[in-house]
Design a protein around this ligand. Structure first.
Ligand SMILES: [Zn+2]
Length: 265
């Protein structure tokens, strides 16, 4: 008994000291993975959108003898690696600037649907895929950010293989072909689990052939958010990582360019 108390005292002192010395040790020791694509003229946008532009305002030596550069960029909200706010498909939903930091960060899980999407590029992720993940890794934690790896990020930014078409305008929309999340899986998530957001490596959480965007509507009606055109998902494990997803804080925005990173402790 006496030695147990002593052990506890020592443990408390050692652990306590360590905390005082380096309370951020876990952040210093971990690994950061960037899940965002860089924006450039190749960035994938919806076929009806204006492509991203980045033009030189000035770059070079000034009359003052020092180097200076500055550029102008223009972007639609929903292209490249980007964020969807609930108002994108929900009339009274929150806008980008209204989303709390708490909702933009949380424990991540990754559902691997690469083989399903390789077999069928119009694959819609099912509730069964989510349940199969839970059999292996346990219940999806409260507040989770649920990511799906379709493997399509490897095609980015090749329009034909990534989106199914190189056409633009309505013709392009009519020929889109890429995997997404089935509305039944979205319903299962909002009715049975308590998650903050979903994300995947395609241009839309609804599959390319969707005409009614039901998955967007189901999730956004409940205040969830989404991340689209994610990168490097093969770098992530199935769980045990933390997501930080920070969109450009556009007031009134329905979406925005997104810098999203995963932290592996
Ligand atoms: Zn979007």
């Amino acid at each position: 008994m006496k030695s147990a108390v002593l052990f506890l005292m020592i443990a408390t002192v050692v652990f306590g000291c360590r905390q005082v010395e380096d309370p951020l040790a876990v952040l210093r020791g971990g690994q950061w993975i960037d899940l965002s694509w860089a924006f450039d003229e190749e960035s994938i946008y919806w076929p009806t959108n204006i492509p991203f532009t980045h033009d030189t305002v000035f770059a070079g030596m000034t009359e003052g003898g020092y180097f200076y550069s500055s550029f102008h960029f223009a972007a639609e909200e929903h292209g490249g690696t980007h964020f969807d706010a609930p108002i994108h498909f929900s009339k009274d939903g929150k806008t980008v600037d209204q989303i709390s930091i708490e909702q933009l960060t949380g424990p991540g899980i990754l559902v691997d649907v690469r083989s399903q999407a390789a077999e069928d590029r119009d694959y819609q992720i099912t509730a069964e895929d989510l349940k199969a993940w839970e059999v292996q890794h346990g219940r999806i934690p409260d507040g989770a950010i649920v990511l799906f790896n379709t493997g399509f990020w490897k095609y980015y930014p090749d329009k034909l293989t990534y989106t199914g078409t190189e056409l633009t305008g309505q013709e392009g929309v009519d020929n889109l072909s890429f995997p997404g999340i089935h509305p039944d899986a979205a319903t299962w998530l909002v009715e049975n689990r308590n998650i903050k957001a979903v994300g995947l490596d395609t241009p839309s959480i609804d599959y390319g052939k969707s005409k009614d965007f039901k998955t967007h509507r189901i999730l956004f009606a409940r205040g969830l958010t989404a991340y689209e055109n994610l990168a490097q998902l093969d770098e992530l494990p199935a769980d045990g990582f933390w997501i930080m997803a920070f969109p450009m804080k556009i007031r009134g925005g329905s979406g925005a360019p997104l810098r999203i990173v995963a932290f592996l402790p």
